[in-house]
Unconditional design. Structure first.
Length: 791
């Protein structure tokens, strides 16, 4: 009873953010997008800095307000933090000293538009408190109707309003001052260009060379072979990825990665990739909280996930006190003040609330600004010491070109057929879209571009890198799904209700899916579009909207595929082994790993195991007729048992082939499972392709009572986990990894041996070729000069 009451209270707490936590939610409760100016006056920096010369920066921008910067040495020397050297993407630098800001009137007007709702929110709760006659209804009823924490909201909202007023020395003023400080945000003076190429960026190529050497040592330990036996060129490129699934993916993924680390496998990995909650996992692992220690993360979850992320007292408390207020609100202020047409929406709030729960440690004091930028994670990977993380999001493309002469019905039909998702990825080095063959440095994310060049603001500076809280919101914004996706989420509930709703609604909505797939009830987040002005330089297949939209509207990549497979198949990464931890709620039905086969064929990717995935599953509604309604339960049980016999186990291995196939796509047989009891000749073949090792999160007899399909706390939409529930989820993931641990090691060993044999074969062929060439030239073979000094 207590558990049910607790969860009900948590759900109410989340709902109260729209009303009770109106303190910040009302900022977005407007019918029109909110627009912000490009700045207040800021006449003081802590120190002089440098700015990269840019061919599109005007002379006025280069030397803006130089005379206005008159600071005594004591002020300039107050902060001695060392500015990192500009990265390779930058050009030559010239001296720079100060900023030029927009008019006070414009800034004040824009900021008032944003912050005025805070006053209304404060008055709303103050009036509630005054209107209630405590003497008449009694303290008990009052406390029941209005929880105690509601009475404290007016004071919290009033404080937040003051801090967001942009008054001198207010929190928002201080944040905006810091946004112009190149010692705190060195990227604001770095120039960036759009890189148009299908190749990996230079930094990732350099990382791969270093990582190969580090993995060679780890692989020798993992396979228990002498270190000298592992040549760096024989090292398999291993990628581990985690699926989407909210906090379930975060917690289960932590356990899976920890298990892989304890087995020695994680240290052999070159890439990690994530969708949704698995992106949060990567963020925390490369942070001051995780410190690249999954055990620390598990302890952190137990301390922080027992309160709903949207519980108003907790959320507003962090927004109203130092140091967490500046930590959480910094990205909001920078976005709204720095981007002229910025939109602030639900995803922004969601990301801020996620950060308040996940990026704030126990005690709520030890926050680190270092954790707020994805590009800072490069310091964990620059020397090849750790796997390179890949974060994912998608853009929903629904536009189609027409010349105005086509009939509206024809245009609408084309639009429905053309809707698809574009994948975007982040690493600590680059923000990239493979479909566009274009990307920018990760530290430049959030600034506008035109014709491949940075658009500098009037003050000659760029905006700081987009903060991690907003990125976490984008990566996990599953609620930005289309109406079609929302219906798919509730389909299993309707079919299992026994009311016959599943078949009825399926029939009713089957003809409407093409329309539903285009509608997003909640708008995705937006960041400036770096591809503007590149018509003619991007691939001809790019949609017209890429050339016209000022912002990229990005959302949870799980809208397209809940597994981050596609970035791992990108040319140049040359992944040999993919270890897939799939905690998707609908894994058997959605068969996300099977969907990747279509992508591989479309992109002509050799080596993917076509046909890999879950076996086809019969729908219970198809075998239960109206005439046999009384036998419905028996029929469904029969179907379930038949499916169980065919289902995948805790660990399944498929291997692809690099040989071109002339078989039609529909005739391709299911990829062959690699036996867990035998050595694996399929992987050892010279033409063997990518080995996929698949771990779904399914029940395990060694962890009774934990069922991802039935345990309510494992829902994607659950945002509260007790320490006991965390232990249960982690125990299940650990047990499932143990089921396939040895099979995984055998697979990795087989791939390593195949690559070694291939290298040795190539070396022998090269040696023979050199010998034949020498013979043709009449040169003696073998060593010469032995015993005859005239030779």
């Amino acid at each position: 009873m207590y558990r049910a009451a607790f969860r009900a209270h948590s759900r109410l707490a989340f709902g109260s953010v729209a009303g009770g936590a109106i303190a910040f939610g009302t900022i977005v409760a407007r019918s029109q997008p909110l627009h912000a100016d490009s700045g207040e006056k800021a006449t003081a920096w802590t120190a002089q800095s440098t700015v990269t010369a840019s061919k599109n920066r005007t002379p006025a921008q280069e030397g803006a307000h130089i005379d206005a910067f008159k600071q005594p040495d004591s002020e300039r020397n107050r902060s001695k933090s060392r500015t990192p050297a500009p990265p390779p993407q930058t050009k030559d630098r010239v001296n720079y000293s100060a900023s030029k800001q927009g008019s006070d009137a414009t800034a004040s007007s824009a900021w008032t538009t944003i912050t005025a709702p805070l006053a209304a929110a404060r008055d709303t709760f103050t009036n509630i408190d005054l209107d209630i006659n405590l003497a008449k209804i009694g303290d008990t009823i009052t406390d029941y109707v209005l929880p105690t924490w509601v009475k404290g909201l007016p004071a919290l909202i009033s404080k937040l309003q003051d801090e967001m007023s942009m008054a001198p020395w207010s929190l928002s003023w201080e944040i905006w001052e810091d946004a112009h400080d190149p010692e705190k945000n060195p990227e604001i003076v770095w120039d960036a260009e759009v890189r148009i190429s299908s190749d990996l960026c230079l930094e990732e190529q350099q990382y791969l060379a270093k990582r190969k050497v580090a993995v060679a040592k780890a692989l020798a330990e993992y396979l228990d072979v002498p270190a000298n036996d592992v040549h760096p060129d024989d090292v398999p490129v291993i990628a581990i990825y985690g699926s989407g699934g909210g906090l379930r993916a975060l917690i289960a993924g932590t356990s899976s990665y920890l298990s892989a680390q304890q087995a020695g496998l994680f240290d052999c990995t070159t890439y990690t990739a994530g969708v949704s909650g698995s992106c949060w996992l990567q963020t925390l692992y490369y942070s001051s909280i995780g410190q690249t220690d999954f055990g620390r993360l598990a302890d952190h979850f137990k301390a922080r996930l027992n309160v709903h992320l949207a519980f108003p007292p907790a959320a507003l408390g962090l927004l109203g006190q130092a140091p967490t207020n500046k930590f959480l609100l910094g990205g909001v202020v920078e976005k709204l003040k720095g981007v002229p047409d910025a939109e602030f929406g639900v995803v922004d709030i969601y990301g801020m609330l996620l950060a308040a729960r996940l990026l704030v440690p126990k005690g709520e004091l030890g926050v680190s600004d270092w954790d707020l930028k994805v590009s800072n994670q490069r310091y964990f990977v620059d020397h090849g010491d750790k796997p390179l993380p890949i974060y994912t999001a998608v853009r929903h493309e629904t536009e189609v070109e027409h010349d105005g002469r086509e009939a509206s019905a024809s245009v609408e039909r084309k639009r429905k057929e053309a809707a698809y998702f574009q994948w975007f990825e982040w690493t600590p080095y680059e923000f990239f879209c493979e479909e566009l063959n274009a990307g920018i440095p990760t530290w430049a994310t959030g600034r506008p571009f035109n014709a491949g060049e940075t658009l500098w603001r009037d003050n000659g500076l760029a905006l700081p890198e987009v903060r991690v809280p907003l990125m976490m919101g984008i990566w996990g914004s599953a609620f930005c799904a289309t109406l079609s996706d929302y219906y798919k989420e509730i389909q299993p509930l309707l079919r299992g209700s026994g009311l016959g709703l599943g078949s009825s609604l399926d029939a009713l909505l089957s003809d409407k899916d093409a329309d539903m797939v285009k509608v997003h009830p909640l708008d995705p987040a937006s960041i400036p579009n770096f591809a503007l002005g590149l018509r003619g330089k991007l691939p001809a297949t790019c949609p017209e909207s890429i050339h016209n939209d000022s912002h990229l509207r990005l959302m949870d990549a799980g809208m397209s595929n809940n597994l981050p497979i596609y970035p791992l198949l990108r040319p140049g990464r040359n992944v040999d082994v993919i270890i897939a931890f799939d905690v998707s709620a609908d894994a058997p039905h959605a068969n996300w790993i099977g969907v990747a086969g279509g992508y591989a064929k479309q992109r002509k990717i050799k080596g993917w195991p076509l046909g890999a995935g879950w076996p086809p599953r019969a729908e219970p509604d198809a075998v239960v007729t109206k005439e046999l309604a009384d036998a419905e339960a028996t029929a469904k049980e029969t179907v379930t048992q038949a499916q169980a016999e065919d289902d995948l186990s805790h660990c399944t291995v498929w291997v692809g082939s690099t040989t071109e196939s002339s078989v039609a796509p529909e005739d391709i047989p299911a990829a062959k499972h690699v036996s867990s009891d035998l050595e694996i000749p399929e992987i050892s073949r010279p033409d063997a392709g990518i080995a996929v090792i698949y771990f779904p999160l399914i029940t395990n007899d060694s962890v009774p009572g934990v069922d991802p399909q039935k345990s309510d706390y494992m829902s994607t939409w659950n945002f509260v986990y007790t320490p006991e529930e965390i232990d249960k989820v982690m125990a299940l993931a650990k047990a499932n990894f143990a089921e396939g641990e040895e099979q995984t090691k055998r697979t990795v060993r087989a791939v390593w041996q195949r690559k070694m044999e291939g290298r040795l074969g190539r070396e022998n062929e090269a040696r023979d070729l050199r010998a034949r060439m020498r013979m043709r030239r009449g040169e003696p073979l073998g060593k010469t000069g032995w015993g005859d000094h005239f030779v």
